[in-house]
Design a protein around this ligand. Structure first.
Ligand code: CS2
Length: 485
């Protein structure tokens, strides 16, 4: 019996020894990357070889390390389909470092000559940027700290300090492979890294700009947060306890701009093409499609579904009113706002998305998706609204979703119950909402937040959002949606 486990359970362990040497450091080794990128990378190593083991880094909490270390960094990926599940053990992760505990170890790993890629899933707020403009936020407390100290706390700080060490050691830089849901995410992270490096040392910035590479990516797989009851249920079924279980839907997609650090030649990346990753020259149309069609409706359903009393996305779209609403959003407001990637049929993509949302085995909470809305709204919803307005098309559906977000961040739902709002701007947003007496004042106050709203766009949409806000408050979500489907 393992310490702390009941006698009938054994702890999950590695089946194979660590034969692959590390080639990747991954910042932010949460559930998403372990259920998506890590699975692809393990498959690529199995298919074509190469030393591409992953050293994970948690920037803040030791929780993931404490879960993975006792099982030698192996974990189960449980695929949940509408009509059954499959289990698979993933062993590509070799180690996990906790940056808050030992930043020096993280920098040393990133500066190791064997490491050729530093990949990231640090969520939108981890980039310490201004979401409305994409520039590094130099007044962010972590960035201020990192510009002063050689031992950083932020992801931009780690990237630049590690690149600085590599330059000093005469090594090529690593490829920075961002896997977060941000528009033109490669360009965005390169701008942040270069802004930071410029503040530190213009020579370093020049070197990174010339030698470094920041491919953009589009990543897609629905991965809800694992709950303790899921871990317990699997342990009961298999007799094996996996504290680091990840659960995911069957669907997955990864589109990567094929632009890795040239100094490494063919050893610059795993053979991702062999396992279904789409390596393309320009990811932008795929990113638009995914951020607007999937994440845009995910966030819309999250705020409206939460306010209508639904716990998960599957519960929300099982309501015929919401089903009609989300389909109308795709057809009328989202699909006309961008150009489809080559050879992609957007109506079929929308149908497939609806099927994915409806998967009852995936319990993806509206509350989870509603988190960090201030960092998500610009690329998920506001860009679509802006592009529609430019051709004179109004966005009543997305406007209603923005109004729902405003009610949500006000901190009280439509029944008067408090909402546990998680957002880096939560306090500021609540104060702005509380400071307005009328719906019109609350809407105007929230629209004035420049990190989120371009002020020209804010002026254009104000009246429409105010009307939607009042209707939601007066009639409730379902009645409002009835008119929008
Ligand atoms: C979701 C995404 O939590 C969220 O905000 O919209 O994590 C979504 O599930 C993924 O992007 C799907 O690929």
């Amino acid at each position: 019996m393992e310490a702390g486990l009941p006698a009938n359970l054994t702890r999950l362990g590695r089946k194979n020894s660590k034969t692959t040497k590390p080639g990747i450091v991954h910042l932010g080794l949460g559930a998403f990357f372990r259920a998506h990128g890590a699975v692809y990378i393990e498959e690529a190593v199995n298919a074509s070889g190469g030393d591409w083991g992953i050293i994970g880094v948690s920037l803040q909490s030791p929780r993931m390390r404490d879960q993975l270390a006792p099982q030698d960094f192996a974990y189960t990926a449980q695929e949940l389909g509408p009509s059954g599940e499959t289990l698979r053990q993933i062993e590509i992760v070799q180690d996990l470092l906790v940056a808050r505990e030992d930043p020096e170890a993280v920098l040393a790993a990133m500066a190791d000559p064997e490491i050729r890629i530093v990949s990231l899933t640090i969520t939108e707020k981890g980039y310490c940027h201004d979401p409305a403009t994409g520039a590094l936020n130099v007044s962010h407390p972590d960035i201020k700290h990192d510009l002063e100290s050689e031992l950083p706390v932020s992801a931009p700080g780690f990237l630049v300090r590690a690149l600085q060490r590599r330059k000093a050691a005469g090594l090529p830089p690593f490829t920075v492979l961002t896997c977060d849901n941000l528009p033109e995410n490669g360009k965005l992270v390169s701008r942040i890294v270069l802004d930071f490096a410029q503040e530190l040392d213009p020579d370093l910035a020049r070197w990174i700009e010339e030698e470094g590479r920041f491919p953009s990516t589009m990543i897609d797989r629905i991965v809800p947060a694992t709950k303790q009851e899921d871990i317990d249920a699997l342990a009961e079924k298999t007799g094996v306890y996996d504290a680091a279980l990840v659960q995911h839907e069957p669907f997955r997609q990864w589109v990567v701009e094929d632009d890795f650090v040239p100094a490494y030649g063919t050893g610059a990346r795993p053979d991702l093409g062999a396992v279904g990753v789409e390596l393309v020259e320009d990811v932008t149309p795929y990113e638009h499609m995914k951020l607007r069609m999937l994440n845009g409706t995910h966030s819309s359903l999250a705020y409206l579904g939460y306010l209508a009393g639904y716990e998960t996305i599957a519960d929300t779209v099982a309501d015929t009113m919401f089903a009609a609403f989300v389909k109308a959003l795709w057809r009328r407001e989202i699909m006309p706002s961008f150009e489809a990637p080559p050879g992609v049929d957007l109506s079929a993509y929308a149908d497939a998305l609806f099927g994915r949302y409806s998967n009852p085995a995936i319990r993806h909470r509206t509350w989870q998706i509603a988190m960090d809305g201030s960092q998500k709204l610009p690329q998920r919803i506001l860009g679509t609204v802006r592009d529609n307005l430019a051709v004179g098309r109004h966005c009543q559906g997305l406007g209603t979703a923005i109004a729902a977000w405003m009610i949500y961040v006000g901190g009280t739902d439509l029944t008067g119950a408090p909402i546990d709002v998680r957002d880096p701007l939560a306090d500021q947003l609540k104060a702005l909402s509380d400071g307005g007496e009328t719906p019109g004042e609350k809407v105007a106050a929230l629209l004035s937040v420049k990190q989120i709203f371009d002020q020209d766009l804010a002026a254009e949409i104000r009246l429409e959002i105010e009307a939607a806000y009042m209707l939601l408050m007066a009639d409730g979500v379902r009645t409002v949606l009835e008119d929008l489907s």
